[in-house]
Design a binder for this molecule. Structure first.
Ligand code: MG
Length: 301
């Protein structure tokens, strides 16, 4: 099941992707038309919060819709937003979580010196932007603009002190996140927050895939193209710390809540890893793809 948030006639709606991701089942309208009820909340965050009650209704809706006369909405006719347009708190991120990315980041590549625990940082909620939107260039301040394709985990069930063995019970689903980074601000300010948290620096989407549709999240192909050129091409099995370990680590001291987002790190091939570096410039088109989720496309302003 692929859930989207989209805007039509100035209003935000939640929908289900269908027909090769080109059509949307408008959830609220379909529920009224097919079930005669209005129990499904109208925001993604509320759907995630009420997953246990809402998911069975969504499944019935999806089945009934197939044989009905209800109409879908074409993806081309509406504006897809980030599936969670405004998260409730900062996005959690894992830095340096793929072996090959550590190497290109100039860190010592000695197995005994790999991070012993996940490197956790965050991006503020105003970084979030949707598919096909512009990422701001900040010409006067950002000289080294970079991309990072990442698998993002959406938390479903609240938890504190979650053990790795049960971590997946707390997951709602998955999406793609571009951890856009201003390398010069990251190094100028020492801490990463400024360089990672500029407005629009977290394109997200195009959908959230419910976890029931992805049996092996740690075996997904992950790729990033810039203007059609493949820059990053890896698989989530290359992660140093897997998803359960990341959830266990963050929740050891922070309560994870429904709708929280965790970006799990990026593989090799970011702009700063090339010699000379290949930083982003105005007009560049970034296409991020993760198998079983889709493609997230954004352009530099
Ligand atoms: Mg990153």
């Amino acid at each position: 099941m692929k859930l989207v948030t989209y805007q039509e006639n100035g209003l935000d709606h939640v929908g289900l992707l269908t027909q090769n991701d080109r059509e949307i089942i408008p959830v609220a309208e379909a529920e009224r038309c097919l079930l005669g009820t209005t129990v499904i909340p109208d925001t993604m965050l509320d759907i995630i919060k009420e997953e246990a009650q809402v998911l069975p209704v969504l499944q019935v809706l999806q089945q009934k819709f197939a044989g009905s006369s209800c109409e879908t909405v074409s993806v081309d006719r509406v504006k897809l937003l980030a599936p969670i347009p405004r998260p409730n708190k900062n996005i959690f991120c894992v830095g340096l979580n793929y072996h090959d990315h550590i190497k290109e980041s100039g860190k010592v590549f000695d197995k005994s010196k790999l991070p012993k625990v996940p490197v956790i940082f965050s991006k503020v909620p105003t970084t979030v932007t949707g598919p096909d939107s512009y990422v701001k260039r900040f010409h006067d301040l950002v000289s080294q603009l970079d991309y990072e394709v990442e698998l993002a985990v959406i938390i479903g069930k609240q938890g504190m002190g979650i053990k790795a063995e049960v971590a997946y019970e707390h997951v709602f689903g998955y999406t793609i996140l571009n951890d856009v980074s201003a390398r010069n601000l990251q190094s100028q300010h020492v801490q990463w927050l400024m360089g990672k948290s500029c407005d629009t620096f977290a394109p997200m989407g195009p959908c959230i895939v419910h976890k029931s549709a992805i049996s092996r999240p740690e075996e997904l192909d992950i790729q990033c193209k810039i203007n059609g050129e493949i820059r990053q091409n890896s698989n989530t099995r290359q992660m140093i710390f897997d998803i359960p370990t990341i959830i266990e680590t963050i929740s050891s001291v922070i309560t994870l809540e429904p709708g929280d987002i965790i970006a799990t790190g990026t593989p090799a091939g970011v702009g700063m890893g090339f010699n000379p570096p290949k930083y982003l410039k105005s007009g560049d088109v970034m296409e991020l793809e993760i198998s079983e989720i889709g493609v997230l496309r954004n352009t530099i302003e």
